[in-house]
Design a binder for this molecule. Structure first.
Ligand SMILES: *[C@@H]1O[C@H](CO)[C@@H](O)[C@H](O)[C@H]1NC(C)=O
Ligand SMILES: *[C@@H]1O[C@H](CO)[C@@H](O)[C@H](O)[C@H]1NC(C)=O
Ligand SMILES: *[C@@H]1O[C@H](CO)[C@@H](O)[C@H](O)[C@H]1NC(C)=O
Ligand SMILES: *[C@@H]1O[C@H](CO)[C@@H](O)[C@H](O)[C@H]1NC(C)=O
Length: 228
């Protein structure tokens, strides 16, 4: 409980001092894609002196993690949250040798990447189908929304929360006591009308990404890590 409170305070503090430009955040997600393509974790930039690195919401070694594998990326899309200094990137790899769908949140402190958290899914994960994900993702339009038609952060988050609340309700039965499904970590991009939420669904790390248009959900992308 104490730890949760400290984390919450930390988030508030981070939000209060956060200042980044969309260009800086785009440069960071571009470096993430380049690093993933080359298999060079140390070229993600700009990295803070100390970086928290997580896979499936657990501390992992960035040197041997997914970024150390050179992957041929078929599809990518990133959200850039200038209010929280955070980004979300979805990557689809259909390479028959080893297909992947990866979702990564980057969080910044003092203008540098201080936290990299990735959900890496492959064969055996819930509804995993990289070819299908690529097919549907390529049909969707996530174009920037004209400035005068953009929803506020609050409206975008509320649309996603309404969906995630349903998901929580439906899954209430069977969830161990004391698991707080409302531990939601958001990345919100008003320009794209999009939001990604990392959720702890009991022990199952999950990402829900939404495109919202005029306050209504248009598309939903989920990544759920079942493998151990
Ligand atoms: C990411 O996607 C954009 C198009 O949305 C494309 O132009 C770019 O080449 C892609 N990057 C990589 C590394 O695949
Ligand atoms: C790092 O970011 C992830 C996802 O955004 C979050 O769950 C985690 O609590 C963060 N860790 C720290 C130490 O800030
Ligand atoms: C994956 O998705 C593609 C495209 O929708 C579909 O043709 C294929 O049958 C799916 N594969 C599996 C194993 O469900
Ligand atoms: C779960 O956490 C949220 C804040 O993250 C809090 O508002 C809510 O009261 C908590 N719910 C329970 C049942 O502990």
């Amino acid at each position: 409980m104490l730890r949760l409170t400290l984390v919450a305070l930390g988030l508030l503090a981070a939000q209060a001092v956060a200042q980044c430009t969309r260009e800086d955040l785009i440069a960071a997600t571009d470096s993430l894609l380049a690093a993933q393509t080359a298999g060079t974790p140390d070229t993600v930039a700009p990295l803070a002196d100390t970086v928290v690195y997580l896979e499936a919401f657990k501390t992992a070694d960035i040197k041997t993690g997914i970024l150390s594998h050179a992957l041929n990326i078929d599809f990518n899309r990133s959200l850039h949250d200038t209010t929280q200094c955070a980004t979300y990137t979805e990557i689809v790899v259909t390479d028959k040798a080893h297909p992947y769908v990866i979702g990564t949140q980057l969080r910044f402190a003092d203008g540098k990447i201080a936290n990299i958290s990735s959900l890496v899914t492959d064969q055996g994960d819930w509804l995993f189908n990289a070819t299908g994900t690529l097919y549907w993702a390529s049909q969707e339009k996530w174009d920037p929304i004209p400035e005068d038609q953009r929803d506020s952060r609050e409206v975008i988050q509320a649309a996603a929360d309404a969906y995630a609340d349903l998901f929580n309700d439906k899954c209430d039965v069977g969830v161990p006591n004391g698991v707080n499904l409302s531990n939601r970590r958001y990345v919100i991009d008003e320009t794209l009308g999009a939001v990604d939420i990392f959720i702890d669904f009991a022990t199952v790390p999950d990402s829900h990404e939404f495109r919202v248009e005029k306050g209504k959900l248009r598309y939903v992308h989920t990544i759920t890590v079942m493998g151990g």
